[in-house]
Design a protein around this ligand. Sequence first.
Ligand code: COA
Length: 546
Amino acid sequence: MVTLFVVKTTKGGRMPVLQAAVDTTSTQYRDNVEVQQAAVAALDAQLEKVVAGGGERYAKRHHDRGRLLARERIELLLDRDAPFLELSALAAWGTEFTVGAAIVTGVGVVEGVECMIIAHDPTVRGGAMNPYTLKKNLRALEIARTNRLPVLYLVESGGADLPTQSELFVFAGKIFHDLTELSSMGIPTIALVFGNATAGGAYVPGMCDYSVLVDNQAKVFLGGPPLVKMATGEDADGEQLGGADMHSRVSGVADYFAVDEVDCIRIGRDIVTHLNWRKQGPGPSLPADEPIYDAEELLGIASGDQRVPFDPREVIARVVDGSRFSEYKPRYGTSLVTGWASIHGFPVGILSNARGVLFSEEAKKASEFIQLANQTDTPLIFLQNTTGYMVGTQYEQGGIIKDGSKMINSVTNSKVPHITINMGGSFGAGNYGMSGRAYDPRFMFTWANARLAVMGAQQLAGVMSIVGKAAAESAGREFDAEADAERTAAIERQIEDESHPFFVSARIYDDGVIDPRDTRAVLAIALSAAHSDHVAGQRGYGVFRM
Ligand code: COA
C-alpha cells in the first residue's frame, strides 16, 4: 500500500496579518473617495482618447484598406485572456501631439512568454515618430533590457515626424542601438512589419533578430520611389524597392513572408515558441491569497490634499497577499513604514512613507532595510508619499544631509528590482531617496490623484516670494507687494499644473497613471516581469557618510 504524505506549507503563512482601522463611514473617508473617483474618471476619459488613436476617420480609412489597428494586432498576438500592462499611455498628453504619442507599448504574454510589445499606431499622422513617441519607445526598450523581456515590434510608421525632426533625429538612432544591444545580451527581438518602415524605420527589421514582412503591405526601404528618383534618377517601383516578396526572396531582409496580417501574427507567435525562453528569476514561493481587505477601499485612504497624512499600512493591507506584513523596526523612524510581505507569491520588501517627512531616523532605517533586502535578493516596493527630508537648524546640525545621503547611496547601489508607486506626493529629494525615476526603478506608476514636483506649489511660490523680497532689499529697491502677489499666484498655478500626474506621465517621468484599485495587479505583473531576469542583490556598497 502506498502512503500519501500531505505536505502543508506554512511558509509565509506565519507572518502577522495587518488590522485595518480605516473608518469607511467617516466624512474624511467619503471625501477621499469622491476626490479619487473624480481623478480616476478624468484618467478614464484620457484613456478613451488614447484608445481612439487618430480618431474615427483615420481608423475607418485604415480598416477600409483591410488593415488591423495597432490594438487589434496586439490583441491577436497576445495569449487569450492574458493580461497586458500598458505603459506610458498618457505620453504627449497636453501637448500639440495626440495623447498616446502614436505608439502602444506594454508587457504582455505571448505563447506563455512575458514580452515587451511595441506597436506603431498608423492612424496618428501615419504612425510618424514625434519627440514623445521616441521617449516612450526608448523607455519600453529600457524596460525590456533591465527586465530581460523579448521584444515584439509591430511596425507601421511614416518614420520621423518631419516638422519636429530637430528634436528627435539625433536620439532616434538610439532605437537601433538598443535593439542590437538587446540582441547582444541574448534578449530576442522580433519585427513584424505590417506597413511602412522607411528610411531610419527600415533599420528596425534590419536590427531585429527576426523579421516577418506582410505581402503587399510592408514597405522596407532606405529611400522610397520619389527619393530614389531625386537622388539617382531611377524610376523605381515600391514593391521592387522594399516589398515582402522581394525582401524574402532577394535581399534576405525578411526571414519570413506573411501572406496577410493574421499570418504575420501567427508567425510571430511561432517564433516566440521556438525561442526556448526560460525565466531566470525564481518563481513565486509564498502563498498568493488575496488580501483580506477590499481593494475598493483604496479610494478612501489618500486625501485629495497632499498635506494630509495617511497610514500606508491601510494601503499595504489591501495590496499584499493575505494582508500579511512583517514590519521591520516599527518603533523607530515611524514616519517610514518598512517590512516584508508577498504579492502574488513573490516575496517583497516594502518601504512606505507615513507622515510625509523623512527625518534622520527614517533615512537610516531605510538604508538598513534596503541592504537587508539586497542580502536576501528580495525585490523592493517603494510606496511614495513624501514631502522630502526635514529642514531646520536642529536637523541640519543633526546631520540630515549625511543620513539622506546614506539612503540615496543605498537606493542607488541596490541591485534588486525596485518598483515604485507614487500614492500621494513625491516631492524634493524624497523622490530620489524613495527610488524615483532617476534611480532606475524597473517600473514606476502614479495614482491618479498624486502629485510630483520639487516641492508643493504653495511652498514653491512662497519661497520665490521670500527670495524676491530679499533681492529687492539687498538691491535697495522698493518691494512691489501687489506685483509679488500676482506673480506668486501665477507661479502657484504653474507648479500645480506641472505636478499633475498627466503632465508627469506625458513626459515619461513614470510608466503610467493608475487607478489605486489596480495597484496589486499592476505590481504583480511588474514583479513577474522583473523575475524574467536573475534577481540578485548588491552585497557591497559605496562608502557611507557616517
Ligand atoms: N511626418 C509628419 N507627418 C506625417 C508623416 C511624417 N513623416 N507621415 C505622414 N504624416 C501625416 C500626413 O501629412 C497626413 O496628415 P493629414 O491627415 O493631416 O493630411 C497624415 O500623417 C496621414 O498621412 P497619409 O499620407 O494620408 O497616410 P497614408 O496612410 O496614406 O500614408 C505614409 C502613410 C507614412 C506611407 C505616408 O504618409 C508617407 O509616405 N509619409 C512620409 C514618409 C517619409 O518619407 N518619412 C520620412 C522618414 S525619415
